[in-house]
Design a protein around this ligand. Structure first.
Ligand SMILES: Cc1ncc(C[n+]2csc(CCOP(=O)(O)OP(=O)(O)O)c2C)c(N)n1
Length: 692
């Protein structure tokens, strides 16, 4: 039993958290004080008594993860990180939400030490946490040995009403329940208030019952200020390992603010001078100085920090013994944490050639995955119920499911949004290299986590198949038009749309070697011929984003020597730029144009982003600035191509929705035939249409 003196200390520390958050918001004149004021007792109990962490090493691989899915309550997290002793000094709390500070409006992973994932868009933290839980289970299966529990960390999450209202939260919770992720412990900040007012305006779910139905263990705390009840609930869910747990904690938003508590006025704006003083008086807190931290709070967190340091020291010792007992696993673990890929892994990449016959790039991708999987044990992935279409399955490997945590194949179900969010959570472990597949059209369904993966610079590989109207019969509901442009518009995203199987192998290599952010592989449903030129040039050309694929000899042209023009070949008069399935079409068109005497260069351009990263000299060599007649060919919205074709160039693209028909019937009406392209190219060159 806590003595009354203890209770007083508890209250002092809890109020320290409360008023650090309040003062941060007040000083910034911006932010959300209400949730931190309500949640402070829970945060205190969890952080000082249960969370395993070592602020001196925020990257300790076996630390518990704390995810604030309600990212708008960032002031709470910053107060906790500061008090715990992370490298987040008081001066940073005082610069909350200011340019260049370590305390941005919403928590940003990679920016502030101790922030495990970027949150703010509601529901995402919850989705990420499911991926984190998957990653832990897989890590334990891969590395733990009898007597060597290297990975036994837990994932603690705080989510708000908004997280519970968002669809991704439901998808993720449903998946976690199905997968029986007993390492996942979620606190629901049940305060009945959201931004617009009482949740009753729009939300009548019985959240605990919903989670029970998902297969979660559910605990309830009737009053967050009852620390004994909070402690009992935490202890109960801490002991639970078979199912994910939800603790529904009744809190009062803005607790202690006489006029604003229990109203949405405590949600998104500072309390104001008068109300801050009134709240401080309510708790008997000194009005001055702001940002006051009593010695008791310093001590309470110092004790937690010391406990964490001891825990990590014991773990490091365990790791040393592990490395001696299991040198191979130890070395593998070391390389993964250092971000190194196994030596020579890429030698397993399959080599394709024209003799393999026409092949869809999704099929080539499936072959690549299966060829490299044995050499890349960190590679794991799945699809949102489209594994057979996306060709994402690693054959002969288990599915990740309850009782089979070593499985490398994920079945995310028809939950693209949760898949995207979970993939980020898996990638955050740095132990796994995850990929996830769906149709390109449904990349829209998972865009929020894809955007955040870009922001966090996470290495996730998206396998987007059925990449154009030429998927055919499924029709315009399934035919992507705007998705390529939309993915390319994301800062930090690398989009690769390979032309054939050879480029697909090179694209996978580029994706696996791209440690700086996500890669979207954009692949066809339909079979594409394999070109001899890609076989020869894609391995070196694809990583550069664009390369000269062919320059067919123009009919009637004098060779350079005959013309007495020295050894350098004359510049082309026309550039054809194409990606993916349009490369073979452009190739045929280029041959026909050459037959009509046109000096044409075909550039395969699978990735704008990779190309943009090349030095100017390379870019100018591929796309000579003086060659102004350029035609880009891509079966999608033309948005963005003008950067490469310039003012005198054109884009042969699609500016309407597709149509339901076998692919072969779509080429003609949508203009994707060699005849149409030749015609347009000749027009562009001012030679009228002499269709060949
Ligand atoms: C996807 C998304 N939509 C909208 C918002 C804007 N927003 C921030 S907090 C919030 C709702 C706040 O209610 P709740 O989740 O109950 O948090 P509390 O007010 O209890 O802190 C909204 C709509 C957001 N952050 N993310």
């Amino acid at each position: 039993m806590a003595t009354s003196a203890n209770r007083t200390v508890d209250e002092l520390v809890i109020n320290t958290i409360r008023f650090l958050a309040v003062d941060m918001v007040e000083k910034a004149n911006s932010g959300h004080p209400g949730a931190p004021m309500g949640l402070a007792p829970l945060a205190y109990q969890l952080w000082t008594r249960h969370l395993r962490f070592n602020p001196r090493d925020p990257a300790w691989p076996n630390r518990d993860r704390f995810v604030l899915s309600a990212g708008h309550a960032s002031a709470l997290l910053y107060a906790l990180l500061h008090l715990s002793g992370y490298d987040l000094p008081m001066s940073e709390l005082q610069r909350f939400r200011q340019y260049g500070s370590k305390t941005p409006g919403h928590p940003e992973h990679g920016h502030t030490p101790g922030v495990e994932t970027t949150t703010g868009p509601l529901g995402q933290g919850l989705g990420n946490s499911v991926g984190m839980a998957i990653a832990q289970r897989k890590a334990a299966a891969a590395f733990n040995r009898d007597g060597y529990p290297l990975f036994d960390y837990r994932i603690w999450v705080v989510a708000s009403d908004g997280d519970m209202m968002e669809g991704v939260g439901s998808e993720a919770a449903s998946l976690a329940g199905h997968l029986q992720l007993g390492n996942l412990k979620l606190f629901y900040d049940d305060n009945h208030i959201s931004l617009d007012g009482p949740t009753a305006l729009s939300f009548g779910d019985d959240v605990p019952k919903r989670f029970e139905a998902y297969g979660w263990r559910v605990e309830r705390v009737a009053d967050v200020n009852d620390l004994a009840a909070v402690e009992a609930a935490i202890a109960a869910v801490e002991a639970e390992t078979d199912r994910p747990s939800l603790v529904a904690v009744r809190t009062v938003i803005g607790y202690g603010s006489p006029k604003k508590q229990n109203t949405s006025q405590a949600h998104g704006s500072p309390l104001g001078k008068e109300e801050t003083e009134a709240a401080k008086k309510f708790f008997g807190w000194p009005l001055e100085p702001a940002f006051y931290v009593p010695p008791e709070a310093v001590e309470a967190f110092a004790a937690a920090r010391e406990r964490g340091a001891r825990q990590q020291a014991a773990w490091q010792e365990l790791l040393q013994r592990y490395q001696a007992a299991f040198p191979e696993e130890g070395a593998d673990l070391g390389s993964r944490l250092a971000g190194r890929l196994p030596d020579g892994w890429h030698e397993a990449l399959p080599a394709f050639s024209p003799a393999d016959g026409a092949m869809a790039t999704r099929a080539a991708s499936g072959k690549v995955i299966n060829a490299i999987a044995p050499k890349l044990p960190q590679l794991c992935g799945g699809a949102a119920d489209l594994a057979s279409s996306n060709e994402t399955l690693i054959k002969g490997e288990d599915n990740f499911e309850p009782g089979k945590p070593s499985g490398r194949n994920f079945y995310f179900g028809v939950r693209e949004h949760a898949m995207g969010s979970a993939l980020s959570g898996i990638a955050l472990s740095q132990l796994w290299l995850p990929y996830g597949g769906t149709f390109l059209i449904f990349s829209d369904y998972m865009r929020p986590p894809v955007r955040l993966a870009c922001l966090m610079k996470l290495q996730v590989i998206y396998v987007y198949t059925h990449d154009s109207i030429f998927l055919g019969e499924d029709g315009p509901t399934h035919q992507p038009i705007s998705q390529l442009a939309s993915l390319r518009s994301l800062p930090g995203m690398t989009v690769i749309r390979p032309a054939d199987a050879c480029e697909t192998a090179a694209a996978w290599r580029a994706a696996i070697e791209n440690r700086e952010g996500p890669t979207a592989l954009v692949l066809t449903r339909q079979a594409l011929p394999i070109l001899e030129e890609t076989r020869q040039r894609a391995p070196a050309g694809l990583p550069r984003g664009a390369y000269v694929l062919a320059e067919p000899e123009p009919a009637g042209a004098a060779t350079a020597t005959e013309a007495g023009a020295g050894t350098s070949a004359p510049l082309p008069e026309l550039l054809l730029l194409a990606t993916g399935s349009e490369v073979s079409l452009a190739y045929e068109s280029a041959k026909r144009l050459a037959a009509q005497g046109v000096r044409v260069r075909l550039v395969s351009m699978p990735s704008w982003e990779l190309f943009d990263r090349q030095p100017a000299a390379y870019r100018d060599a591929v796309l000579p600035p003086t060659v102004r007649k350029r035609l880009a060919i891509e079966a999608a919205a033309p948005f963005g191509w003008h950067k490469y074709v310039g003012l005198e160039g054109e884009v042969h693209a699609i500016e309407r929705f597709g149509a339901s028909a076998p692919a072969k019937q779509l080429y003609e009406p949508f203009g994707f035939t060699p005849e149409k392209i030749v015609e347009r190219a000749l027009r562009l060159l001012g030679r009228g249409s002499q269709t060949g």
